[in-house]
Write a protein that binds this ligand. Structure first.
Ligand SMILES: C[S@@+](CC[C@H](N)C(=O)[O-])C[C@H]1O[C@@H](n2cnc3c(N)ncnc32)[C@H](O)[C@@H]1O
Length: 280
């Protein structure tokens, strides 16, 4: 599978961080688990049905659905990074799930027949897709009539300081992560509820609901914040990996005071806000 257009650059970024996503898989899942549970509730998988997860990463959100699908149902867990798909395969085996099929799929060109799945899930992936309307149309195409799509994106930067502060510190030191974070493919491109309503409607969905889910991201220390984010945040991780020790030191010096308001007894608690869209 060759991803189309600007997705090729994104494929490189996410391939590079796939090993970190596997090692941090439990933490990445648990820190925003309420979002995964909401998505699965919205899709409401029934025994015997087929559910597709796109942009699945190591797959944990879909695995919640797989448990509800039972032995006669099937979860298709997919991502466009082969190493993420392999991580999902290992995760499904580790959890003893034998109704999971792991596949390499680009959300912009889903290699599945029309009307072939009963539900579609995506947690924190659709905003990273450059051709979002095309992806939405593909999801609508593979869904059976009456099927539901539920997906989550990150809300605006001021409600997601855990994500924004590191980007801000990079920018303040003259290092811009690739791409516009507010343009399609950027991490904040689907942060506004109205944009999600428009996108789902443009993709052919007629019944669209958008809600916000909030939570807190916990870090053991500012060092932990730095290591975690520079390991898993695709484009940021690649940018930081290209910098020398002095440049990293300068960024961390800028970051220190902006993390201080979230610090207590050396640990950090940083709020997050996710936008959850359900479309049928
Ligand atoms: C932020 S991670 C989220 C992973 C997982 N869904 C979670 O919530 O933990 C985004 C994932 O989207 C995948 N991705 C980005 N663009 C994609 C595309 N065009 N098609 C399929 N997967 C894509 C990346 O490889 C990465 O695994």
């Amino acid at each position: 599978m060759t991803p189309i257009g600007p997705a090729q650059e994104s494929l490189q970024h996410w391939s590079a961080v796939a090993p970190a996503w596997e090692s941090y898989r439990d933490r990445l899942f648990q820190e925003a688990r309420p979002v995964s549970e909401r998505l699965v509730d919205e899709v409401d998988p029934q025994p015997g049905q087929t559910v597709l997860e796109v942009t699945a990463g190591p797959g944990e959100t879909g695995f919640l659905a797989a448990r509800r699908l039972g032995p006669t149902g099937r979860l298709i867990s997919s991502d466009f990074v082969p190493a993420m798909v392999e991580a999902a395969q290992r995760g499904a085996e580790r959890q003893g799930l034998d109704n999971v099929e792991c596949r390499v799929l680009d959300a912009q060109q889903i290699d599945l027949p029309d009307d072939s799945v009963d539900g579609v899930l995506s947690r924190f992936g659709l905003m990273l897709v450059p051709e979002q309307e095309r992806a939405m149309g593909e999801i609508r195409r593979v869904l059976r009539p009456g099927g539901r799509f539920a997906y989550a994106t990150w809300g605006p930067p001021d409600r997601n300081p855990w994500l924004f502060q590191i980007v801000l510190a990079l920018l303040q030191n003259g290092h811009a992560p690739p791409g516009d974070p507010f343009a399609p493919g950027g991490v904040f491109s689907l942060s506004a509820p109205d944009r999600n309503r428009e996108l789902a409607t443009a993709g052919g969905f007629t019944d669209v609901e958008v809600e916000e889910v909030t939570g807190v991201m916990r870090f053991d220390s500012p060092d932990d914040y730095w290591t975690f984010n520079t390991s898993v945040a695709g484009p940021v991780a690649q940018l930081v990996a290209s910098l020398d020790a002095d440049q990293v030191g300068a960024i961390r010096a800028t970051l220190g005071p902006s993390l201080a308001p979230f610090e207590q007894d050396g640990k950090l608690e940083m709020p997050w806000l996710s936008v959850v869209t359900r479309a049928a």
